[in-house]
Design a protein around this ligand. Structure first.
Ligand code: SF4
Length: 727
């Protein structure tokens, strides 16, 4: 009986006529929920449900997963390839052969005229791992451009660089099961309930079994901050100052795990000297957290039997993003919280398969966490692919955030965008528009013809989406899971895997190129062979095993019954000497800050209904209806002084551009800050500056200065806002 009611009305679920459920994995966020899609008698996808036996989600799905089957028939899908000579012309429909010939010929023309690296490729975190591996093989082994990167530079690049600096390799060492063992959770810049609802639910489940302190560091009173035991409203961009101060207290008060430091790390003496300068008082003046709180958190964390840190974009999207990640790793190294149940540094990844691209795409190196800079890694891959190792560059080329400026300067003449939408996602989009107009040749490969970037393309290739194809994703906790092909691709769209293979054929006559297997399962077999005996070991996996176990965590060695939940359990790291690095991190203030002309911090982030510039979620009724309108959170006291009312429209301006949004008054943001969801087109990224982190080249989306005023023409603003709701 619930709340004294004698009769519970049973929940009625409409009978959708499902005759078959097919196993797959959610294609939105990196939580990695197992989903079954229900097909009716006609073979149409009519329902989605969580898989009860899956360890990740245990039958649950968030609002995006529940309606994911609606994706297949959503508006704006591309049906056939389109071509035109100029972006000012109208598109003409064509067949696949004609479109792919044009792609191959234009790449060859540009490369022969301007050099191999004049053609760039920017991919995504959305496609399958086998597709990433194949695209990498095409870019590195057939086309031969070094300017190849992914939009993961906009979300997870700082985590990658930070892991590499501290531990010698990328690869999140922890897992969701750590919630069930930890005695203290510290979360930086992560609004878990909205960004990763099912990971949050796992945390809530753990807290119901056993109470432990949850400390949330975020400038905004997010949903996560509201449920935390302690909320630390930090000054934007100063996380590493707080982390240095926590380390200061821990070392000063003898709370560090000295045995772990002695056995498994290098650099303690330089690190100690640096953090000596960050006493709690000095740090409090910079990061805005009072000194007593700093001391309390340091003691709580260090004295817990096991403590863990999670983070998302609040750390990564900063000019100090990589340093912030290293500072988190430093904290966990000195407290011995790496590779043990409940003790870890766990980056919560963004896109469904951001991990897959990190592992296998060859964007920043070569497959399986290999480096272009290492001769033996180049030789390994060249031998396996049957090509000349001299064909590989000896160091990494431009990142996504450097490729776009290189178009402005004329260094890059042609671009291939795969499932990414820089017209909405890049900072300072007015500049990106001019950049794309300069290209001699732009290919857009996307499931949606109406993706904003397609306005500038010469060729549009319609791609299949999510479970219209087959392959694997890797989630935040290194769990590889299977996306079964549930339904055939929309109209004449094709799987990205097929498209890459067909483009490869256009280069076969030019030079000796690698073999491109016809099926994703055969590509997966290649990946297994290339990973055998390495930290990133897939050799024990198979599609059948992934489906049977509802996902398996790597490393999974050949013959193993299952995977491994944690990395570095033996204290051996991937640096040549096997030790983790303690790295001193001096803080340098280099952001744009609020001033008299632009007096507010501009903060941005995701809300639960949105994903990936709304190319998909903006089309689905149930998601779009809940959050259709470009809006801004503003503190009521700040709004009152400017004469701005709740529900009215405000104009925001920065040194880059302006945007008009609806005003939501809330105490979630402090007086000197406004917050805007980042997925709306022609909105927050017209304003952002996006200074780059020096290691990861990731933009600082969350820290710039903005002016706010009431929109002069409220009626026009309302009409513009209504128009934006259509998509
Ligand atoms: S939490 Fe993420 S993976 Fe799970 S259903 Fe929601 S969007 Fe999909």
């Amino acid at each position: 009986m619930v709340f004294g009611r004698k009769h519970k009305n049973p929940i009625k679920i409409a009978d959708k006529g499902v005759v078959e459920w097919k196993y797959t994995t959610c294609g939105y966020c990196s939580t990695g929920c197992s989903i079954e899609v229900g097909l009716d008698q006609r073979g149409a996808a009519v329902a989605s449900r969580g898989v009860a036996g899956a360890d990740v989600n245990r039958g649950k799905l968030c609002i995006k997963g529940i309606f994911e089957h609606e994706l297949f028939g959503s508006d704006g899908r591309g049906k056939v390839p389109l071509v035109r000579d100029s972006h000012l012309d109208k598109f003409v429909e064509t067949g696949w052969d004609g479109a792919l010939d044009k792609v191959g010929n234009e790449i060859k023309r540009l490369q022969s005229q301007y050099g191999r690296d004049s053609f760039a490729i920017i991919s995504t975190g959305q496609i399958m791992t086998e597709e990433f591996y194949t695209l990498g093989k095409l870019a590195r082994g057939a086309i031969g451009t070094n300017n190849y990167c992914g939009n993961t530079t906009l979300c997870m690049a700082s985590a990658v660089s930070g892991y590499k600096r501290s531990f010698g390799s990328d690869g999140p060492p922890g897992c969701y099961d750590d919630f069930e063992h930890t005695e203290c959770l510290l979360a930086f810049g992560s609004n878990l309930p909205e960004q990763h609802p099912i990971i949050f639910w796992r945390l809530k489940m753990a807290l119901e079994q056993r109470k432990f302190p949850v400390i949330v560091v975020d400038p905004r009173v997010t949903m996560f901050a509201q449920m935390a035991d302690m909320h630390l409203p930090i000054t934007p961009g100063t996380d590493m100052v707080l982390l240095n101060a926590l380390a200061h207290v821990i070392l000063k008060e003898g709370l560090a795990d000295q045995a772990y430091i002695d056995a498994h790390t290098t650099g303690i003496s330089e690190f100690s000297s640096l953090v000596e300068q960050y006493d709690p008082f000095t740090a409090s003046q910079i990061c805005g957290i009072d000194e007593d709180t700093i001391r309390n958190v340091a003691r709580l964390y260090a004295q817990a039997g096991a403590a863990m840190t999670i983070w998302t974009m609040g750390i990564n999207q900063s000019t100090h993003g990589t340093d912030g990640v290293v500072a988190i790793n430093n904290l966990n190294i000195i407290t011995g919280n790496v590779g043990k149940p409940g003790g870890t540094s766990l980056s919560i990844t963004g896109q469904a398969n951001a991990m897959g691209t990190r592992e296998w795409s060859s964007c920043s190196g070569l497959p399986g966490y290999r480096y272009l800079e290492k001769e033996e890694d180049r030789a390994d891959i060249a031998k396996f692919w049957g090509i000349d190792p001299e064909f590989f560059p000896k160091q990494r080329g431009l990142t996504m955030t450097d490729i776009l400026p290189a178009i402005e300067t004329g260094q890059i003449k042609g671009l291939w965008l795969v499932a990414t939408n820089p017209m909405t996602s890049m900072p300072n989009t007015p500049r990106i528009r001019k950049t794309l107009e300069k290209l001699e040749f732009l290919v857009v490969q996307d499931a949606y013809r109406d993706v904003e970037t397609n306005e500038y393309s010469h060729v549009y290739l319609p791609a299949a989406v999510w479970a219209e194809k087959q392959g694997v994703f890797t989630n935040t906790e290194r769990r590889v899971n299977l996306v079964r092909n549930v339904i055939k691709p929309h109209a004449d769209s094709k799987p990205d895997f097929w498209i890459f293979n067909q483009v490869a054929k256009r280069f076969a006559g030019e030079r000796t190129i690698p073999n491109f297997p016809e099926t994703t399962e055969a590509a997966f077999e290649e990946m297994k062979q290339l990973s055998k005996g390495r930290m990133l070991d897939y050799s024990g996996l198979s599609y059948a095993m992934l489906e049977a176990q509802k996902g398996v965590q790597w490393p999974c060695t050949e013959g193993a019954a299952t995977g491994s939940p944690r990395l570095y359990t033996d204290g051996k790291f991937q640096h040549a000497d096997g030790k983790a690095r303690l790295i001193p991190l001096p803080y340098v203030e280099n952001n744009e800050r609020p001033d008299e002309a632009y007096p507010f911090w501009l903060n941005s982030g995701r809300v639960v209904e949105h994903f990936h510039t709304r190319t998909r979620t903006g089309k689905l009724g149930n998601l779009n209806k809940f959050s259709p309108t470009p809006y801004m959170e503003m503190n009521p006291d700040a709004a009152r002084t400017l004469g701005i009312a709740h529900g009215s429209y405000a104009r925001l301006s920065t040194r880059r551009g302006d945007a008009v949004v609806m005003v939501q008054l809330t105490q979630r943001v402090p007086r000197n800050m406004v917050f805007i969801p980042f997925h709306f087109h022609e909105c927050v990224n017209r304003l952002t500056l996006g200074l780059l982190d020096p290691y990861s080249r990731q933009p600082a989306y969350k820290q710039c200065a903005v002016k706010v005023e009431a929109a002069a023409d409220q009626q026009a603003a309302a009409e513009r806002n209504t128009a934006a709701r259509a998509y």
